[in-house]
Design a protein around this ligand. Structure first.
Ligand SMILES: NC(=O)c1ccc[n+]([C@@H]2O[C@H](COP(=O)([O-])OP(=O)(O)OC[C@H]3O[C@@H](n4cnc5c(N)ncnc54)[C@H](OP(=O)(O)O)[C@@H]3O)[C@@H](O)[C@H]2O)c1
Length: 337
């Protein structure tokens, strides 16, 4: 099969090329998917660059990537089913993640075929394209992992999503809306119409207004860029309100070369033990299956509208990663083999 092959860490132009590889072998719990679309998200960039270095010790591969094929979000058609995998049959159209655990690993999706655990896949809903479905899995998982549980949204909550126009933010905005929240979305001037179209009740242009200095108070600040300190963001919380940081390394320009933002997160985790406002308050970790099923339902009901910017070929993956890192994309970037 044709695949994007990465033999070492470095800039996409220097370390990625299209080559011929054997089709992946599947384990008993996996299926083989013929790839129709795969998405380019910041974690793909991290593993190609090998930055922060810590990811190499976290399983990606110390000298070179253990899996030479990047990409971890996929949509396609099942062509083979493992002996203990009973959820899908040959011919089913599916979407999801190709790896369980941390996404700081190559997942093999930038290829004609990829193996994937059946637990991290869901059926492609009718009327949703392969490109749309492939754009949501990893971002959707990070959102659902970091939002409070469904019950918390029972009474109408005021949620602010900072960085709402990005891959993670557009999904946080739409899941919060689907759970009944009143959502204020913060991003750049050019993305405000998009945010209104996605259902934001109120938008704030970060180039003109600082949400931490306004009068409004929120039950949850879901912060993607992390451009204000927690102490500053806390001023925008209602009593008992919560603050969640996703964090953005901005393609190696934020955080340190070795640990990236990991040390900042560890400090926040320690602090959260003494500060109930820090963190989502979630008591359970959602499984991949639960999350993909939620995303499937929201896609099917029209409550989650993926925003696709551009689609690239396998040969154009270095250009796609450059485009991602340029910050010019208005929606998700896809690869089709
Ligand atoms: N996407 C994924 O699948 C995924 C999964 C797991 C973890 N993550 C992590 O989550 C982080 C965010 O990913 P993403 O895909 O959402 O990134 P993204 O698409 O770049 O989104 C970030 C958004 O924040 C906006 N922003 C920048 N500065 C801001 C400011 N001062 N105030 C408010 N908004 C601001 C950006 O707008 P501009 O265009 O103006 O810069 C952009 O719309 C990354 O660090 C990534 O590693 C992502």
């Amino acid at each position: 099969m044709r695949a994007v092959v990465q033999t070492r860490y470095g800039t996409p132009e220097a370390v990625l090329q299209v080559g011929e590889l054997a089709k992946p072998r599947i384990s008993d719990e996996e299926v083989l998917v013929q790839v129709r679309a795969a998405s380019v998200h910041p974690d793909v960039w991290h593993v190609v660059a090998g930055r922060p270095w810590m990811l190499r010790w976290m399983g990606a591969g110390i000298r070179r990537p253990r899996n030479p094929v990047p990409g971890s979000d996929v949509a396609g058609v099942v062509v083979e089913v493992g002996s203990k995998a009973g959820r899908f049959a040959v011919g089913d159209e599916v979407f999801g993640e190709t790896i369980l655990g941390t996404q700081w690993n190559n997942g093999g999706a930038f290829a004609e075929y990829v193996s994937a655990p059946e637990e991290s896949l869901a059926e492609l809903p009718r009327g949703v394209s392969f490109e749309q479905a492939a754009s949501v899995p990893t971002s959707g998982f990070i959102v659902w992992l970091n939002l409070p549980e469904r019950e918390w949204f029972g009474t109408q909550r005021d949620v602010l999503v900072n960085g709402a126009g990005g891959g993670v933010g557009t999904i946080a905005l739409q899941i919060s809306k689907s759970l009944g929240a009143h959502v204020t979305a913060v991003d750049h001037t050019e993305k405000l119409d998009l945010l209104r179209n996605l259902g934001a009740d109120r938008v704030i242009d970060y180039t003109r207004e600082d949400f931490t200095r306004g009068d409004a108070r929120y039950d949850l600040v879901f912060d993607v860029p992390g451009n204000h300190s927690y102490s500053t963001c806390r001023q925008a919380l209602k009593p008992g309100g919560r603050y969640v940081l996703i964090g953005h390394e901005s393609f190696g320009t934020e955080g340190r070369r070795i640990f990236g933002l990991i040390t900042s997160f560890l400090l926040l985790m320690v602090r959260s033990r003494f500060d109930p406002q820090l963190g989502s308050g979630r008591t359970t970790v959602p499984s991949r299956r639960e999350t993909m099923d939620l995303l499937r339902d929201l896609l099917a009901e029209g409550k989650l509208t993926p925003v696709v910017d551009r689609t690239f070929s396998l040969e154009e993956v270095p250009e796609a990663l450059r485009y991602l890192a340029s910050g010019q994309a208005r929606g998700k970037i896809l690869v089709t083999p």
